[in-house]
Ligand binder design. Structure first.
Ligand SMILES: Cc1cc2nc3c(=O)[nH]c(=O)nc-3n(C[C@H](O)[C@H](O)[C@H](O)COP(=O)(O)OP(=O)(O)OC[C@H]3O[C@@H](n4cnc5c(N)ncnc54)[C@H](O)[C@@H]3O)c2cc1C
Length: 315
């Protein structure tokens, strides 16, 4: 029998966790081992419409209507003006979303579950609805034994900040050296490139914990937010008594399943990037950036996962 300290417990207060929490009006506990927005792992690049739709447009740092891909044999610049991208300030973005939630935030490290309770460094907590948004390690869905990155389901991203204007470690160093740029600090981590199970038992998984980062482009913010918003909508219906938990889990699984084909196509493109001879991959990259090709795929990709702006928060 599951106890009820809260209506829902969300583990992880980054993109996925905050997107779920902001949709909920019940008694919600939001847990993270770090302060919200304190530890940035990504480059924080996403389509401009994303922070605008979520009411956090004040976090935007730069708007980009061009993307330059530097392949060994050629450099290709894509015109993104139809769906411009932006980079944003992680702390401001996350604290803006936190301000929109009614959840109780508690800084605590989660170690797993026991007898239906979530175990944390601050004690045990119970709730009928549990959402794992703890990133690639999937703390709860993997039952406290974090995902092993060696299983071939993960990529690794490495970044540095440098004075370079428009743009595995040895490759990054070579890339910087060729351009006469000096790295400052490095940061990076794993991210998944295939969908995992969106539910495990009665646990909903969202974002990297469910493998929702897009293959090829490594865009994981937008899917974490999109599936988070949708998961939150379903959980709110459970709170309102309009759905049972089992029905809610079913509905969320079906939603994610609808995207499996799109993920498979991107995974195939990622495979091609690794295995097709460099010359041919460079040629394909260039072709994809030309008209009319670009106009066929870029808007479709750029609007992927579009969520309706909330009337109260949209900029
Ligand atoms: C180098 C790099 C660059 C990237 N650049 C981009 C980019 O520009 N654009 C883009 O769209 N995507 C990018 N990504 C991918 C993107 O960062 C992830 O897909 C995205 O962060 C997933 O969001 P999430 O909320 O699921 O998980 P995360 O952002 O990883 O958040 C997980 C949260 O859970 C907390 N947590 C984890 N374990 C526990 C625990 N045991 N107890 C309590 N709390 C816990 C963490 O502290 C964290 O706050 C990049 C990834 C890397 C590695």
């Amino acid at each position: 029998m599951v106890g009820r300290d809260y209506d829902a417990i969300i583990v992880g207060a980054s993109f996925a966790g905050l997107a779920v929490a902001r949709r909920l009006t019940g008694r919600v506990l939001l847990l993270d081992r770090n302060e919200v927005g304190a530890v940035q792992t990504s480059a924080c690049g996403t389509p401009l419409w994303v922070p605008q739709a979520l009411g956090v447009a004040d976090s935007v740092l730069q708007v980009h209507d061009k993307l330059t891909v530097r392949a060994p044999t050629r450099t290709v610049t894509y015109d993104l003006s139809e769906v411009p991208f932006c980079t944003f300030d992680y702390r401001r973005f996350c604290s803006g979303l936190l301000d929109q939630t009614q959840a109780r935030f508690l800084r605590a490290s989660v170690t797993g579950m026991e007898d239906g309770a979530v175990l944390t460094s601050e004690g045990r907590f119970t709730a009928p609805v549990i959402v794992d948004c703890s990133g690639w390690r999937g703390t709860l869905v993997n039952d406290g034994a974090p995902a092993a990155p060696s299983r071939g389901h993960f990529s690794f991203g490495l970044e540095t900040r440098t004075a370079l204007e428009d743009e595995g470690k040895p490759a990054l160093e070579r890339f910087l050296r060729d351009r006469g740029a000096v790295a400052t600090t490095y940061h990076g981590t794993y991210f998944p490139h295939r969908l995992f199970r969106p539910t495990v038992g009665r646990i909903f998984a969202v974002g990297d914990a469910a493998g929702q980062c897009l293959p090829l482009t490594a865009e994981g913010i937008r899917p974490a937010l999109y599936f988070g918003v949708e998961c939150g909508r379903i959980v709110q219906q459970i709170f309102d008594g309009r759905l049972g938990i089992a029905e809610g889990l079913d509905q969320y699984r079906s939603l994610v399943d609808r995207y499996r084909r799109a993920y498979r196509i991107l995974r195939l493109a990622q495979w091609a990037a690794e295995h097709v001879p460099t010359y041919w991959f460079g040629a394909l990259t260039e072709l994809a950036g030309r008209h009319p090709m670009l106009a066929r795929w870029w808007p479709r990709y750029g609007w992927f996962g579009r969520f309706d702006p909330d009337p109260a928060t949209a900029a």
